[in-house]
Structure formats: structure tokens, C-alpha cells
Write a protein that binds this ligand. Structure first.
Ligand code: NAD
Length: 363
């Protein structure tokens, strides 16, 4: 038995989430998972209902849930309101409240979509990288920070990149565990030749590595990693890095796949409870038009089943169903090649549900 809180959010959120819930309900029945779920508001929808992006009923529900599934938040309607209560603050607040320190961002390129990448198909086809980014520490949170005025009257901006051993150790553990479930190769990215904080990072990751003799650990400077990601990205399996480098490298890796509409993500706490969401935003430009790609959210359901609910079979069934619909040539507008026919959000979701039913019937 597991209880899930569903936060459709804003913009395309409700449309893509409706399809993800249909897929979740389908595997729930087929594999007798006993999952229950309830919906709450976050972001702009919560501001409209309660005046706050992360209101109390949502807080209460997510704290006791086993996992949270989120669409996306934000939109121009709420861009003029005070910064501290904007929709995106709801996202930062829920991450901090739940202690979600490990951000998992897979960059998978389905061979059927190799033409969507800006890189040559032979460089990216079959790409399957998992980036593990530390999410609650480093330079984004370090103190002191600010803008001060020097004695000569010039203004100076400053931030602090800081990681304690325990913070490094817990994210390293997550990364080694992930590598163990995959091809057994972990790359730790740092800038240890220049930054002391990442010298410690490298040292502590290596120490943790002694507990995982089955995982091969290598290290790379961030500038080289950024270069290697576009030169020969298939050399990577799991990459672990801090908040700042992870922010940049995970977006770079995402773009190797050509479509942000295909990419799920997970943020986990110390006990493996997670918030699962697509990598993209609320896409207000296409909201309400039944054209958004629901696959990133559907694949987020698969990640939730794998990493928090430990239902590998159901997770694989969803990923396989997504492969089946792509094999059949179904494409939403964002992943279609020039001249290719497209389907809408609902039709894509229904096709995944139909593929799941066909799998069950074929058994
Ligand atoms: P975005 O990801 O929403 O959109 C970028 C582009 O990608 C747009 O052209 C959009 O139409 C397209 N796109 C995104 N998702 C798609 C999908 N599933 N299918 C097809 N096309 C898709 O980023 P943005 O435009 O910079 O931000 C829009 C709003 O979303 C802003 O308010 C921003 O703050 C918010 N945002 C939220 C999150 C989140 O909730 N995690 C993340 C990023 C941005």
C-alpha cells in the first residue's frame, strides 16, 4: 500500500497529469499495487485558491505521502505578484520542506527520436545517462552571500560554495546505489584543481567508493565533462556532482536528447521518498491546446515506481509502453520531424494506456 499526492500545478500541468494518472491507474490495477492517490494545489493554482504557493493543506498532505507527483508550476498570470509568493517559490518550499537533497535527472534518447537531437544520430543514439545532482547545498545556499559596497564605493557581489563531509557522503551514496542498479560506472565531477570545496568533494566521494567495490569510480573536471558530454556522451553511465555544476550539466545532457518533453526527474530525501516531475516547465504558450507532450510526466510515474515504491516490473512496463507508441510513429508536435503527422496530449496518453493493455493481453 502506498499513498501518492498528485499536484497538477499550472499551465499544461493539469493536461499532462491527467494522462500520467491514467497510466498510473492502469499499472496499479494490472500489478495490484494498491496505490491510492489524492490531488492538491501548488504554485499558481494554490495562489488562486489560498493566496500562497505552498498552502497548509498541501504541506500536510505531502509530508505524510509516500511520494509526490508534480506537473509544473508558474505562468505569466502570476509574474507580477510579489517575488516571495510567486508560484516557483512553492517549488523551492516543497523541496526544502521535504529535505529533497538528491536530484536524479536521466537523459535518455530513445533510438526512434535520434533525429530530434542537434548532435549526429551516431553520437547520441541509445544515450542513457543519469545525472545525480546535489540539490540543497553548495553555492546556491552557502552563507555569507549578498552584494556589499566596498570602501572605494564600488559594489561587490559574493557567494559561498560550501559542502560539509556529511552532505557529500549522502549524495555520493545515492549515486553509488544508482550506479549499482545500472552499468556500474560512476563519474564524479569537480573542479578540484581550483576549488578547495570540490577537492574535499573528490576526497569524500573516493572514500565512499571503498564501500562499493563493484562500481568503477572516475573523476573529471567540470570543464572537461561539459566538453565530453557533447563529444562522446555515451561514455557516461551515472554522473554525480554538486548543485551548481549539476544544474548546468543536467540541462546540457537534457538537450542532447532533443526534446525536453521526454525527460522525467526525481528528487529524493534520505529515506528514498521522492518528488517526481517532468524536467520542463508549465509551457503557458501551449497550455489548454491539447498539444503538450505528456511522456515526461508519464515517465516520471515510472521513476516513482522504481525508486520510491520499488515496483521495477511496473516501471519497466511503462517505459516499454512508451517505446511501443514511439515505434508506431506516434509523435506530439515537439518530437515530430518536419512533415510528420502529430497527435495531441490525450491521444498520446491513451496510446500508452492501450500499449500497456496489449502487453497484459500478450502474456
Ligand atoms: P518551459 O519548459 O515551460 O517551456 C519551454 C519551451 O518548451 C516552450 O516553448 C514550451 O512550449 C516547450 N515545452 C515545455 N514542455 C513541453 C511539453 N511537455 N510538450 C511540448 N512542449 C513543451 O519553460 P519556460 O517557458 O522557461 O517557463 C514557463 C513557466 O514554467 C515559467 O513560469 C517558469 O517559471 C515555469 N517553470 C516551472 C518549472 C517547474 O515547475 N519545475 C520548471 C521550469 C520553468
Amino acid at each position: 500500500m502506498a499513498h501518492i499526492v498528485i499536484l497538477p500545478g499550472d499551465g499544461i500541468g493539469p493536461e499532462i497529469m491527467a494522462q500520467a494518472v491514467a497510466v498510473l491507474d492502469e499499472v496499479n490495477t494490472r500489478f495490484a499495487l494498491g496505490i491510492t492517490h489524492e490531488q492538491h494545489v501548488l504554485g499558481g493554482a494554490a495562489i488562486d485558491a489560498y493566496g500562497l504557493p505552498y498552502p497548509e493543506p498541501t504541506q500536510k498532505a505531502v509530508r505524510t505521502a509516500d511520494a509526490v507527483l508534480l506537473g509544473a508550476v508558474g505562468g505569466p498570470r502570476w509574474d507580477h505578484i510579489e517575488r516571495s509568493i510567486r508560484p516557483e517559490r512553492g517549488l523551492l518550499a516543497i523541496r526544502a520542506d521535504l529535505g529533497l537533497f538528491a536530484n536524479l535527472r536521466p537523459a535518455i534518447l530513445y533510438p526512434q527520436l535520434a533525429g530530434a537531437s542537434t548532435l549526429k544520430p551516431e553520437v547520441v543514439s541509445g544515450l542513457d545517462i543519469l545525472i545525480v545532482r546535489e540539490l540543497t547545498g553548495g553555492i546556491y545556499f552557502g552563507q555569507p552571500r549578498g552584494v556589499r559596497t566596498l570602501e572605494n564605493g564600488e559594489r561587490q557581489g559574493y557567494n559561498t560554495d560550501v559542502y560539509s563531509e556529511s552532505e557529500i557522503r549522502r549524495i555520493a551514496r545515492v549515486a553509488f546505489e544508482m550506479a549499482r542498479l545500472r552499468q556500474g560506472r560512476l563519474l564524479s565531477v569537480d573542479k578540484a584543481n581550483v576549488l578547495e570545496v570540490t577537492e574535499l568533494w573528490k576526497e569524500v566521494v573516493s572514500e565512499v567508493g571503498r564501500d562499493y567495490p563493484e562500481v568503477s569510480l572516475t573523476h573529471m573536471y567540470v570543464d572537461n565533462a561539459a566538453m565530453q558530454l557533447v563529444r562522446a556522451p555515451r561514455q557516461f553511465d551515472v554522473i554525480v556532482t554538486g548543485n551548481l555544476f549539476g544544474d548546468i550539466l543536467s540541462d546540457e545532457a537534457a538537450m542532447l536528447t532533443g526534446s525536453i518533453g521526454m525527460l522525467p526527474s526525481a528528487s529524493l530525501d534520505e529515506r528514498g521518498k521522492g518528488l517526481y516531475e517532468p524536467c520542463h516547465g508549465s509551457a503557458p504558450d501551449i497550455a489548454g491546446k491539447d498539444v503538450a507532450n505528456p511522456l515526461a510526466t508519464i515517465l516520471s510515474v515510472a521513476m516513482m515506481l522504481r525508486y520510491t515504491l520499488r515496483q521495477e516490473q511496473a516501471a519497466r512496463a511503462i517505459e516499454q509502453a512508451v517505446g511501443q507508441v514511439l515505434d508506431r510513429g506516434l509523435r506530439t508536435a515537439d518530437i515530430a520531424e518536419a512533415g510528420q503527422a502529430t497527435v495531441g496530449t490525450r491521444a498520446m496518453g491513451q496510446a500508452v494506456v492501450a500499449a500497456l493493455r496489449e502487453q497484459a493481453a500478450a502474456l
